[in-house]
Write a protein of this length. Sequence first.
Length: 400
Amino acid sequence: YWRWVRDTAVRIAESYGYGEIQTPVFERVGVFLRPGAAGTDLADKEIYAFKDRGGDDLALRTDGTHGVARAYIEHGMSSWPQPVRLFYIVSVFRYDRPQAGRYRLHHQFGVEAIGDGEPALDAEVIDLQRTFYAALGLQDLRLLINSIGDDVCRPAYLEKLRAYYADKLDLLCGDCRRRYDVNPLRLLDCKNEPCQPFKADAPKTVDYLCEACDAHFSTVQGLLQGLDIAYEIDHSLVRGIDYYTRTAFEFQPQVEGSQSTIGGGGRYDGLIAQLGGNPTPGIGFGTGLERIILNLKRQGLRPLPPPPLDAFVAVADPAAEALALRLARDLRAGGARVVTGGSGRSLRSQMRQASALSARYALVLGRQELKDGTVTLRNLSTSEEQRLPTAEALVRLKGP
RNA sequence: GUGGGCGUCGCCUAGCGGUUAAGGCGCCAGGUUGUGGCCCUGGAGAUCGAGGGUUCGAAUCCCUCCGUCCACCCCA
């Protein structure tokens, strides 16, 4: 499963012209935790932060995007042709209570397109993600999208939102009373019972977009339609950190159960500047490999089985041991997959193992073969057996 | 951060107050003094998650801890 998913990710990303980048497993904590993240679960309890021996504050990678953004600045990628298209397959760490499809260490495939704010890139990234899932055969994925505006329109929207909730504070859950001050956008995706009645009538981000954001969102939708990509607008799909802008999206399988999201992303036009670079737009997605594999299994999708073992070299006499190892090496050099037995076990035991490993052939080397430079070649499916010169056996096993 | 389930040979499981802690898979060996798959026989392998307590007696009951799984929250 692992290889299948990774190979598919690489193939699809490269077909869109994205190049692979590797970033460090840990960075200065500020790379991952921006001031705007205060009050989020990530900042409060999920990040693995620590001091190193020199007293520097570091943190394990919480996602793929921040390290890439840091690298973009640090390595002067703004001088490259824009946008810079990058993809990664990395481990990420979050201190959560583990459960099905959720681990403290998991892996993400992600892409980032940095240096261009055009809506066509939003569509490209979403299309890439959808194509990746389709290449694996994942069925029935829902695509949810939303726009959360930008610095121009969001402040006014948040005022509207606060005004709407101002007289309802006493009725909200504890989390949301805190969110009201710290992170009001998150009021929209609260799952707690007390807050549900108010969500339907809450102001929607899309109704308060500035002209530029509105045009951007409309264009993205038009492009998705042009690509025949079905989507639903989800007004409660938000991002809790201030450098996120405009388009936000998520892919969800239709099946029941928890961990509904297998991947999501969005625009982060404010991130590069926050990290100390020139103001630079960017968009990307991240998708969890473990969750993809979970869904592949649920849908009965299986990877190709590993290639069979071509030969098992059995040693029938201790004197033939060295020659057996050499024969195995020569066979491998010819492209065959070969495992050797050892003189410590009876020939019978070695043959049992050859069978248990589903080897196509058994090659027996013993006293008799040593004498005349031959090898006994046994076809383990037909049980046909013959002695032939070693060189001939090499040729025989090399075949297609 | 909250709630719940489960921890017995490498794996799966039985046993639920007194058993030499049982079985299946896998592993090793023999039945074939150089030959597999099926079958038969034998063998190795378990301080019953850890510590404490109750009891004449604990894998079995109680407590604490640890681990693991599931759900909420959140997210990938």
